[in-house]
Design a protein around this ligand. Structure first.
Ligand code: NAD
Length: 263
């Protein structure tokens, strides 16, 4: 099944689940400023919520909002019993600390999975594991290589794959090129989250049975959306960009909202 087909069928399943719930789940989305990419992401999340019957409450604040004021708006959401999940769209303006904001969101509402005490799995790694499982990928004992060590993708991805009994190697900006080639060449699963066009290409060798999950979001010279891996690499499965991990991430957010609403 393609990722698009998988996400569409999962959304139908979630919509049925919402119909059987005792209340309409509510996701509050806080957005600061008017960053075009953030506008597009928030629009996507609101559309997804509409498709499965989740109430999306979009709270917009001007770019100049003071950090204190934003933290107090977050607290208002934390205290609002009608809100099941709360996310703050990133990036935030420079004068606002992302770390403080992430800590301000009540861990019980933290459907992005960013709070240190959260019980929610961050959306991108969760979406990837759920999808690979649906494709029948057997994680146990597989050599998984995660390229990138960010707090929102690389690190939680590595933890999750470890939980799935993979042998996990995390590679990053300080990894030597010869080691990168070695680990990539021995990998059964490669999750690439670097943010660099063509980071994986035919300079590397791959196991023909390998799976490449492409998290990267880049623009090429023509302004087209592209991943970190060159298209058509000689592996068994390679997720596309667009129409890949981004959709899986959005699906996981809906799943986390439903989990929050049932608590
Ligand atoms: P980031 O942008 O915070 O950091 C990049 C990571 O890449 C770092 O951990 C760094 O160690 C690693 N890196 C940089 N140069 C490297 C090199 N030469 N060799 C090996 N590793 C290197 O990471 P992020 O926030 O996880 O974002 C990574 C990419 O994934 C970006 O393109 C981002 O837009 C995209 N992303 C996509 C989704 C989605 O839903 N599709 C979600 C989150 C992030």
């Amino acid at each position: 099944m393609t990722i698009k087909e998988y996400v569409a069928s999962e959304k139908l399943r979630l919509a049925e689940e919402v119909k059987g719930m005792d209340h309409v789940p509510c996701l509050a989305i806080i957005q600061v400023g008017d960053v075009p990419a953030s506008n597009a992401y928030v629009r996507g999340k609101i559309k997804d919520c509409g498709e499965v019957g989740v109430d999306a409450r979009h709270l917009r604040f001007p770019e100049e909002i003071a950090e204190e004021e934003l933290l107090s708006e977050i607290q208002k959401c934390n205290d609002d019993p009608s809100i099941d999940g709360l996310i703050v769209q990133l990036p935030l303006p420079k004068h606002i600390s992302e770390a403080k904001v992430k800590l301000a969101v009540d861990a019980r509402l933290d459907v992005d999975g960013f709070h240190p005490l959260t019980s929610f799995v961050p959306c991108t790694p969760k979406g990837i594991v759920d999808y690979l499982r649906s494709e029948g990928f057997d994680f146990t004992g597989k050599n998984a290589v995660v390229i990138g060590r960010s707090n929102i993708v690389g690190k939680p991805m590595a933890h999750l794959l470890l939980k799935e009994n993979c042998n996990v190697t995390v590679l990053h900006s300080k990894t030597k090129q010869e080691d990168m080639a070695f680990y990539v060449g021995h990998a059964d699963l490669i999750v690439v989250a670097v943010g660099r066009l063509g980071f994986l290409d035919e300079r590397f060798t791959y196991k023909p049975s390998a799976v490449i999950v492409d998290v990267g979001i880049n623009r090429n010279e023509e302004g087209k959306l592209k991943g970190d891996a060159k298209e058509g690499l000689p592996v068994a499965l390679q997720t596309p960009v667009p129409g890949g991990v981004g959709l899986l991430t959005r699906l996981s957010l809906l799943k986390n909202v439903l989990i929050a609403a049932k608590k």
